[in-house]
Design a protein around this ligand. Sequence first.
Ligand code: PMV
Length: 356
Amino acid sequence: MTQIIARAPSNIALIKYMGKKAIGNLPENPSLSMTLSKLCTFAEVSVVESSKDIETWVPEQPALGKYSESDLMFQVPVLKPEGIEKVLKHVRLLRAKCPEVFSPFQIKPRAGQFHYQLKTANTFPQASGIASSASAFAAVTLSVAGAMASDFSEFQKVYLENMSFRRALASLSRQGSGSSCRSFEGIFVEWDAEATRTVESKLSELAHFVLLISGASKAVSSSEAHVFVKTSRLWEGRVARVEARLAQLKEALIAGDLGRVALISWGEAWEMHSLFHTATFPFSYWEPGTVEALRFLGPFVNSDNPPIVTLDAGPNPHIIVRASDREEWRARLKERFPRFELLEDRAGMGAEVFQA
Ligand code: PMV
C-alpha cells in the first residue's frame, strides 16, 4: 500500500475572484492573493490494488507524517453527501487527467486498477469562518496526483524543482475549486484565466490575523455569489476596474509600498461587498461586528504604517501587518474586541507533498 500526504494552505485574496465564466471554473477577471501557512488542509491518500477503479472519502484523521509531532490542531470536516460527491468527482477528474498532465514531465502514471482512499483534516475548525475549499481542493489534488505516479520520489522531485509542473497541477485543482489554484505557491500569487504565477514583492515579513466575528455557515455560498454579483448595476466595468487595480497592486508590491497595498486592498474588499449589497436581490455577509471592526480599522488603513485589511465572502476581517508589528496588533485587536476569537497565521510558500 502506498500512502501519500499533502499539506495545502488557504489563501486570502487582495484582488478578488468574484464572477466566473459558464464553464471550467474560469474567472471573469484576474485575481491576486497571499498564501497562508498554518491555516491549511492535510489530505492522505492510500492506494491499494482493486478489481476496479474506485475512490472513497473516509471521515477519519489522515496520517500526518512529519507533522505528527506539531502543535497544530486538526479537525476532520463533517461533509454532507453532496460535499463528499463533489470531492470524489474531483478525484475522478484527476484520475482521468493526470496521465496527460504528467506526460511532458516524464512522470509515469501507475498502471492497473486501484482503490484510492482519501482522508482529510483542517487545522482550523469547520465553524471558524475560514473557507476550506481552497486548501481542501489543493491538498486533495496534490495528494491524489502524487499517489498516481508510479515513482513518488520522481514526482516529488519534479514538483519541487519545476514550477511549470506545479502550475499544471494548480490548473487541475482550479477545476474543483477556483481559488484553490492560488494555494500551490507563494507568497503573492496571481491567477489569470488558466495560469497562476508568483508576483514579486519587496514587503518585509508579514503576519496575518482573522478577527472571528462569526463562524456560522454562510447563507449565500461563494458559488451562488459568483452568479448573483452579475445582477448588480456595479458589475458593468468591474473587469476593467479590477485589471487597473491589479496593475497598481503589482507595482506597489514590487516597490514594497505597504501604504498603497493597504489602500488598494481595502478599496477592492469594499467593492466586492458593494456588488453583494447591490445585486438585484441584495445580500450581505456583514454582521454588526463586521461593521464595528471596519469602522475601527479604517483610520489605521489611512495611517503611516497601515494594516492590509480585507474580507472574503464572509463576515470576518483579515488583517495583515508587518511581522515586527504582530504583538502590537494582537494586543490592539484583543483589547478592542475581547468578545471575538483571533486566529493567527503568516505568509507561506504553498502546498507540499510527501510519503507517509
Ligand atoms: O473558489 P471559490 O469559488 O470558493 O471563490 C472564492 C471567492 C472569494 O474567496 C470571495 C474571493 C477569492 O478570490 O478568493
